[in-house]
Each structure stands twice: as C-alpha cells, then as structure tokens.
Design a protein around this ligand. Sequence first.
Ligand code: PRX
Length: 638
Amino acid sequence: MPTDHPRIRTTEEYQYAYRRSVENPEQFWADVAEPFTWRRKWDTVLTADLVEGHNKWFEGAKLNITENCLDRHLATRGNKLALIWEPNDPKTRQIRYTYRELHQEVCRFANVLHNNGVEKGDRVCLYMPMIPQLAIAVLACARIGAVHSVIFAGFSANAIADRVNDAQATVVITADGLERGAKQIPVKRVVDEALEHCPSVRGVIVVEHLGWPVHMKDGRDVWYHDEVQEVEKTCPAEEMDAEDMLFILYTSGSTGKPKGVVHTTAGYMVWADYTFRNVFQVEENDVYWCSADIGWVTGHTYLLYGPLLSGATTLMFEGVPTYPSPGRYWEVIDKHGVNVFYTSPTAIRSLMAHDINHVLAYSLDSLRVLGSVGEPINEEAWHWYHTHIGKGRCPIVDTWWQTETGGIMISALANITPSVPARAGLPLPGVQPVLLNQEGQEIEGNDVEGYLAIKYPWPGIIRTTYGDHERAKQTYFGVYPGYYFTGDGARREPDGLYRIQGRVDDVINVSGHRFGTAEIENAINQNNTVVESAVVGYPHDVKGQGIYAYVICRDGACDDDISRKHVEASIIETIVAQIGRIAKPDKIQFVEGLPKTRSGKIMRRILRKVAEGDTSNLGDTTTLLDPEIVEKIVEGRK
Ligand code: PRX
C-alpha cells in the first residue's frame, strides 16, 4: 500500500517545516523521502559542495522513479485517471489513461526501446508534438534507465543536431507531424535533416500521429505501431542509483551554446513531489492542468513527474491558447472540470488582449488554485488573472524557479502563505535564498535588493552540465563560491516576500523561453553581409521581453531601404535555421558601430536603454571609444 505523503496545511506548519529544513536539513529530507518506494534506502542524505558544485542526495539508495510514478499507485489508484489528453482540434477525440493503463503503455514503450537496443545510461532525444506518446516515451526511458533529453519541437534542425551531438544520443523518438494551433510542423522531416549531422544516432522511432507521409530510412527508422505489436505489457523497472542521471535538458546561458542541465534520480524525484504537493495543494479528486510543453522544464516537473508522483490526474494539452478561439483555455477548464491551473504570464497577457466575452462564455467554477511561471508577472496581468479567471476566490501561486533548480524554489503555497501581486513570495522549505552585493556579501534585512543566490543545496539542484562540469562550476558555483548563483536579481520587500526582478546576466526571457544574447548574435553573424551584432532584451507588452538586434553590415550592403529589407529577411532566415522561429528578433536596427569601451567591450547597458526607448539618461559615455556613435544609434532607433 502506498503511504500518502503528508503535506503542509497551515502557516504554522509551513513555519515549522521551514525552520526544521534549515536547522536539521538531513533529518528533514530523510523524513520527506521516507514514504517513497525504495529498493534500498540511502546511506547518506546529503553530500554538500557549493564550491565545486558536486552535490549529492540520498547516495547509496536504489530506486526507479517510474515505480514511484506508476506502480506505487496501482493498488489504490489503479482505476483513477492519471493522464487526460486534450487535442489541438477540439472536434477530435480526447484520450484518457488510468494509472493502470498508463503503467501498461509505459511498459510497452519501454520494451520497444529495449528491442531497439536502448540500454541503461544511453541517451535518447525526443522531438515530439504534445501527444500522450511523448509523456509515455519519457517515462519509458526512465523505466529502463535511459537518459531522456526532450528537445522542444520548435527548435530548428541545427539546434536539434547540436543537442543530439552534445548528448551523444543513440536513439531519437519523433512523430510524423505536429499541429500547434493552425501551424503545422513536419517534425520527422526536421529530424531527418538534423540527423545528417549526428553520427551517434543508430535508430529513430516514429509515432504515427497525423497520418502524414514520411520518409523512413532503411535500417534506421521504425514505426512505433509496428514495434509495439509484439511486446509484453509488463517491463521490470531498472534499478537505479540515487545519483544516476534521469534527464538532460538543454537551456541557454549567457555564453556559448546551450548547456545540458543534468538532473539525477532520487533528489529530483523527492523535490518534484514535495514542491508539487505543497505549492498546488491538489486534492485526491482534482484535475490539475499545467499548460507548459514537455519540451521545457515546467512540463517535466509539473506536467509529468510531480503530478504522477503525487498520484494526481494531470491534463496534457496539444494546442495553443488562441486556437480555434481565444476562449480555448477556458473551454478546456470547463470541459474537464480543471481545479488547479498553471500557466505563463505570456499566455495570460495574450488572452487579456481579447474580448472579455471569450472568458465570460465559461463558468470556470471548478477552479480553486491558479499558478504562474517562467517570467515575472506584471500587476495588470496578475489582477486580470485573479479577477476574471480566478473570480477573486483563487490564490495565484507565482512560482519562481529555473531549469537548474529542478522545481519551485520561491512561491506562495496555495491558501497557506501570502499571495501578493508581482511577488513570488517566501522560499519553500529547504531553500535558503540570500541577496548578495557586487562583492558577494550577503545583504541583511528587508526592503533591500541584490543578486539572488542560494546558500544551501536542495534535493533538485543541478548536478552538472552534461560532459562539461567546469562549465557548471563556473556558471553557478564559481561566481560567488559557496553559493548557487541564480543569474536573477531580486528584492526582499518590507514584508520579507521576494520579488524577482529579472536576469542580471546576458540571458533574455522571451515568452518564458530563455535565450542567450550571444547565441542569437552567433546566428546573426553567420550571415555573410553582417560584420558584427549585439542583441539585447527590451520590455514587450505580451512576451515580457522582446529581442532587439543591432547589426553592422559590410560596407555598402545596407545603404538603402531595399537592401536593408533584404538583409533583414536573410538575418531572420539564419536565426530560424540556426535556433528556431521562437528566437526571431522583434526589431533589427542597422548601425554603423556599437558603443564599445576602449578595451573593446560592448556597453550593453546603453543598448538596452536605447531599445527600451529610455534615451534621456544614457549615463556616462565618456569612456567609450567613439561617444558619437551613441547619438547615431539613438537617432536610428526602431
Ligand atoms: O529569470 C527567471 C525567470 O525564468 C528564469 C528561468 O528560466 P527557465 O530555466 O527557462 O525556467 C523557466 C521555468 C521555471 C529565471 O532565472 N523566471 C522563472 N519563473 C519566474 C521568473 N521570473 C520571475 N518570476 C517567476 N515566477
């Protein structure tokens, strides 16, 4: 019989749990971990190292996360719905899986992986639409101890190839095609193009979703529906060490190519479950919906692992908020009686712009808790969400976290700790945030701001960046040794709640998606008419941040409107090819030069101000190599 995990129910219980998690973290986490299914318990709860970044949780323990997501629930929740799938087109069929059915599907997919030569420790990349087989395939990898690496199906063939090669994946799972709203993406074709440059890949498993014709390469590609015919309905779960890799998820940093954030088995499991249960306060008969794509970390932790670990019913939606109408989200909520809804500020802002009748057409009576994630939620969006969707009765949990943190770090616990507009709130038990000044000293007290860092490991902390631990060390642990550095700035308000102010590094957050400015510049610079470029983020009404690119062309290449239009189009084409449509700049400004210091460093502060339109006070420009260039840039502003 599974023991259901206790959860925090009152403010006092939160305070008690928080205090215990700080005073005696190892005992605290040992107690939290106790009720999971372990093949063997741990020898050591935590080996902490915030200098080298070698943090380990529950070492010595043996387990399989899918036994905790699925098998553990079979006795008591076998007939309970585990996964509800809502298709892109509301007129087509929804699909539902009970825990027993999902368990069986995962076992069957796991057997297909085995039959296709996938073994424990192998890396498997997934490039898929938001269909049940994506969730099933992810769990199937975990079932047999293969490391999954999901690539959001909006990235280009080049971006896929970079990730597949970095992970040295042996198998790729994809589908014939994808529909997202009115858009269609021939995902198999994109994978084929990518795999021309990926020698490590031996096999491709293709799920038939839309019935589109695809080219199947002999000796490499197989149809899932053929492979699954012959396999058993059961598959023993592979016994994993606590610190065995569970998944790699690529994310952008301020330098170089995206890095593979690595999460391991036991710590991630405990963290996903603990944070899910306490933040959302989901009840046994609830329907929970996280609108994120499984291609991002939110989809991993809060669509898939967190809800299933907790035995909840999780809804997966294939489409977009505005298709076939801007009432789609609200229709889905009424149709399935969704009780807890977790989405992004960008989605909220895009829906706010439409006629309120799209909301008023639905009752939304089932809703009890609302969540927000991925970027700061502005007050206007918070109030709209609270008033029109939550009808004033649902708390909003504004959850701050990152791919690297594995799960939610700072947030209200629904109906337990304060939910205040534009404030993420208080740290979860186990999270010890600090604000640091430039010198790396902790800033005490309230009503202060600084760099947000974490001074003690939590179970979901990033373990490494795949194949390059030095990069993880430098990015997260080397900036202020002894602290995990988040890359975000934050304020501790007079009431002690945290307000996240956004990135302090060269990462921009567009619609909740992270891009490194260097990554976009590298793509732009591949264009042979471009000499140099600089990319910054600027405030955008819907996306949170937009992408603003300053570009210097080769002599004469951009002298008139027609040639500028031409170069602009080819820059966009290069970005779409190198990264994907999601990284398209909102504005491109051609400039003669960039504001550089005498040592050749671009003063991005100035470029950001110009992009924002705040040109009245550009600060000290006397240290620039060519101060006049700033005036020219201001004049040419888009
Ligand atoms: O800047 C913060 C912002 O998103 C970054 C993390 O992005 P990613 O790894 O893609 O994960 C997104 C989903 C967790 C953070 O460094 N961010 C995330 N949540 C919030 C946020 N900013 C403000 N408020 C939030 N609730």
